[in-house]
Design a protein around this ligand. Structure first.
Ligand code: SMG
Ligand code: MG
Length: 373
């Protein structure tokens, strides 16, 4: 397989409900799609970035820039997705941008070979249990209404976003109203170790986990916190690689890991993290970055690996978008089906895609064989 060129496409997708977290409110997802064209066909990838660098240091137009200036030129000569990581290793960080490119190359490769993402990654299930991540709302009654609606739709686990001032009381209200529904919380780094006593007040609610309470570079703080609270700590932002996962486990900084392929540089590294965690007896689950159907398809394949022990933030298309750019993923009995077609098993619907596209550019790789020639 030889790369001919790469298209970068910025899309704007209005969310069905604003998504508020401790770092801001998202109402429109600005996403970046990568389409790789090869001599054998094409492949798609989606960057997990948002418009602003508030979840992590990456953001959509920053990802577009590093792809155009550095990452795409670096993969001119690659012939397989396995080579994308080594070919782009000189560029520090920018994992979401790298992940989008590697995913597009992998999609092209698997489509050409007639193999699905699930088969390639080692999926052992044909459907996965789904949870839903519920943003911070303006009041507790509004939160209870939102949770009630999601439970009615069949979601098998509820995750509440928390921040200082919106933690113990919303969790208590959800527990009182909905009983022992599987429940977890996500702080997106909003607390400090000095909040340990406050966070320990969550222990009485028997949460599945507390996700990323402290800053992403504070593994030691998480290890200390783990000694002060009973709720299992799960890391998201901190786990940027298989090595980071191994370190966090060795330090006792987490008992559970959220795997997001974008955050870690792609599905190959995501699978390595799965393997490291599984070898250490640490359960994992699949996070989400408000992906369109493209990113969702690949996440579902990953979530079907054996170590994925909790429902993921892999919700149905309708949780996010009135019209997805792929045929919609629909919840059936709290589960989504893992796509079975070659590659991602889904492709964008051209008319929908065009309607949400705000910018397209083409980076030609013909005649540029790159460092792998
Ligand atoms: O894709 O359903 C989803 C969103 C899940 O809560 C979610 N993601 O920290 O885990 C997380 C957040 C980050 C979202 S930033 C837009
Ligand atoms: Mg999180």
């Amino acid at each position: 397989m030889k790369l001919v060129g790469v298209e970068l496409r910025t899309i704007e997708m209005p969310l069905v409900t604003p998504f508020r977290t401790s770092f801001g409110t998202e109402t429109v997802r600005e996403a970046l799609l990568v389409r790789v064209v090869t001599d054998e066909g094409e492949g798609w990838g989606e960057s997990g970035t948002s418009k602003e660098p508030f979840y992590s240091s990456e953001y959509t137009q920053g990802a577009a820039d590093v792809l155009r200036s550095y990452l795409i030129p670096a993969v001119a000569g690659v012939t397989s997705a396995q080579q994308v990581g080594p070919a782009t290793a000189q560029v520090k960080g920018h994992r979401m941008a790298k992940a989008a490119l590697e995913t597009a190359v992998l999609d092209a490769e698997l489509r050409a070979g007639g193999m699905s993402f699930g088969q390639y990654l080692g999926a052992v299930r044909d459907e996965v249990e789904c949870g839903v991540s519920v943003g911070i709302t303006e009041s507790i009654p509004a939160l209870l209404d939102a949770v009630a609606a999601y439970l009615d739709q069949g979601y098998r686990r509820i995750k509440l976003k928390i921040e200082p001032g919106w933690d113990v009381e919303p969790v208590r209200a959800v527990r009182e109203r909905f009983g022992d529904v599987p429940l977890q919380v996500d702080a997106n780094t909003a607390y400090r170790l000095s909040d340990a006593r406050l966070l320990a007040r969550l222990d009485e609610f028997e949460l599945l986990l507390l996700e990323q309470p402290l800053p992403e570079d504070d593994l030691r703080g998480h290890a200390e916190l783990a000694r002060l609270i009973r709720t299992p700590i799960c890391l998201d932002e901190s786990i940027v690689s298989a090595r980071a996962a191994a370190d966090a486990i060795a330090l006792g900084a987490c008992r559970i890991v959220n795997i997001k392929p974008g955050r870690v540089g792609g599905y190959l590294e995501a699978r390595r993290i799965h393997d490291v965690c599984t070898a250490n007896g640490v359960p994992v689950w699949c996070g989400g970055m408000l992906e369109t159907g493209l990113g969702r398809a690949a996440n579902l394949a990953l979530a079907a690996l054996p170590g994925f022990a909790y429902p993921g933030d892999t919700s149905a298309s309708a949780r996010y978008y009135r019209t997805d750019i792929t045929p919609p993923f629909e919840l059936v009995d709290g589960r989504l089906a893992v796509p079975t077609g070659p590659g991602l098993g889904v492709a964008p619907l051209p008319d929908v895609l065009d309607a949400v596209t705000v910018r397209t550019e083409w980076i030609d790789l013909v005649g540029s064989d790159g460092p792998h020639a």
